[in-house]
Write a protein that binds this ligand. Sequence first.
Ligand SMILES: [Fe+2]
Ligand SMILES: [Fe+2]
Length: 148
Amino acid sequence: MVTTVGTEDTTDKLVSNLLHLEHDAIAAYDSTIERLDDEENRQQIEVFRQDHLDHVKKLEQFAGRLGIDAPTGGDIKQMVTTGKVALAGLAGDEAIIKAMKTNEDDTVQAYEQAVANTHADAEMKPVFAKALEDEQRHRAWMETASSQ
Ligand SMILES: [Fe+2]
Ligand SMILES: [Fe+2]
């Protein structure tokens, strides 16, 4: 899925959609953590999940500053390629991590777009850049872990 998150034409929509995306991603993480067999894989995914919680915290601060309601869940459209329901149907660490990697493609793309978005203000840019780095790191690990 090619995500349009990060390309919004207002700051409000940008922050709101990034929050939807993060909540969808976190729901997929929750589903994944329950299903992984290998303890090391599970611990690593848990560490990445904490990064996402940190992204949510920062985005909620922006929402507060903008005076908009911070979405507390995903969007009805589902903003990640392999959501929690699809993940729940998979078995085997390699298959699960490979599916999770498709979601990191979405989060990487979204933050690439958010960093370049002219409606992101000076305070947001470094936060989006840090989140992009995190998502790239998650994806790189998942690529390696699912191709062994
Ligand atoms: Fe994130
Ligand atoms: Fe991630």
